[in-house]
Every structure is written in structure tokens, then in C-alpha cells.
Design a protein around this ligand. Structure first.
Ligand SMILES: [Fe+2]
Length: 186
């Protein structure tokens, strides 16, 4: 991919302006980090996948009571930047407005719930940190339906469409999140 029409720094400033500095910002940064790690794993464009993660919930505050507009307001706001259609499609696919087709679509769709699930895993681990989590610990939590019940097991399980087993997928997302553990406070 050639230079993206929006730098990471510009996008980050936009996110902070729209979202503020709070748990939602942490979620967004965690998704960005997970997307970057998956891109690296697959030999995809790390900046491109990271930017898709960074922008995915940009309109959350404006659309939280209007699910049908979620992500479409984001694409209106970003129209002047002419972002790749493929990136906008993945953003629209993450809440299920359109079906996942590409690897990028499935990555965002699965990383989004995985970040909250992994934060919950770290919080209930005796060491209370991301770097202490291993695949089997997360897999056991994954199978406990009542643990972090808001994190859709079905959506995360779509990682098989990326050719990844669930524990392997969760470890990759965890590895991405570890790179920003200071910001996540875990
Ligand atoms: Fe999200």
C-alpha cells in the first residue's frame, strides 16, 4: 500500500478529540495493537491494519444509541481523506452491518471482542498483567460461558476464518496488547 492519506498521529488526535481519554480510548488502542500484531503475523501492511483498528469506533459516542448509524458517521467524517474502500468496509463489517469477506474484515471483527476478553482475563489472573497470560489460561476462560459474557465467543471463534485456532489467536492479540501495557495499565 502507498502512503495512507491519514497519518497515525492525525488519526490519534481525531480519536482523542472524539472519544476523550478514558476506557473507550484504551479499548481502541488495544484493538489497534491487536490489529498491528495480526498484520505482522500474516505479512500484511502493519500501518494500514493498525489505522483500521484505530478508527473503528470513532463515532461511538455519537452513535451508541443509534446502532444503525455506527461506523457510517465515521465514514462521513473521514470522506475528505479518501480512505481505501477496503478499510471502510472492514469498519462497517465489525458491528455486522455487512458480512466479513476479507482477512482484514475478519481480523477487526474478531479482535474487537477479544481485547475486552483479554483485559478481563488479565484482571482475574493472580498476577494481574497481560504478560502473565498463556494460551491455556485464556482457553479455559473462553470455555466458561459466564466469564466476560459480553465478549462474544461466536465472534471471536470466527478467527478460524483467518486460519487460527482460538488459543493461538488470543495469544497474538495478547502479544499486541503487551506492547502498550503501560497505556493499558496491565
Ligand atoms: Fe470496538
Amino acid at each position: 500500500m502507498d502512503m495512507l492519506p491519514l497519518t497515525r498521529e492525525q488519526a490519534y488526535q481525531m480519536v482523542v478529540e472524539k472519544i476523550g481519554v478514558n476506557n473507550l480510548l484504551k479499548h481502541i488502542l488495544a484493538v489497534e495493537a491487536g490489529m498491528r500484531k495480526l498484520a505482522e503475523h500474516f505479512g500484511e501492511d502493519v500501518e494500514y491494519w493498525g489505522l483500521t483498528g484505530l478508527l473503528h469506533d470513532l463515532d461511538y459516542n455519537e452513535t451508541k444509541n443509534d446502532e444503525a448509524r455506527h461506523t457510517y458517521l465515521t465514514s462521513d467524517w473521514l470522506a475528505e481523506y479518501n480512505l481505501p474502500e477496503e478499510m471502510l468496509y472492514a469498519i462497517h463489517a465489525h458491528p455486522g452491518h455487512v458480512p466479513c469477506q476479507s482477512r482484514l474484515d475478519y481480523a477487526l471483527f474478531t479482535v474487537d471482542p477479544a481485547t475486552g476478553f483479554i483485559v478481563a482475563c488479565a484482571l482475574m489472573h493472580p498476577e494481574k498483567r497481560l504478560s502473565a497470560l498463556d494460551g491455556s489460561f485464556m482457553l479455559r476462560r473462553f470455555k466458561e460461558k459466564r466469564f466476560a459474557a459480553g465478549a462474544s465467543r461466536e465472534n471471536m471463534a470466527a478467527c478460524t476464518n483467518l486460519g487460527l485456532e482460538i488459543d493461538q489467536f488470543l495469544l497474538l492479540v495478547r502479544d499486541g496488547m503487551v506492547t502498550i501495557s503501560n497505556q493499558l495499565g496491565l
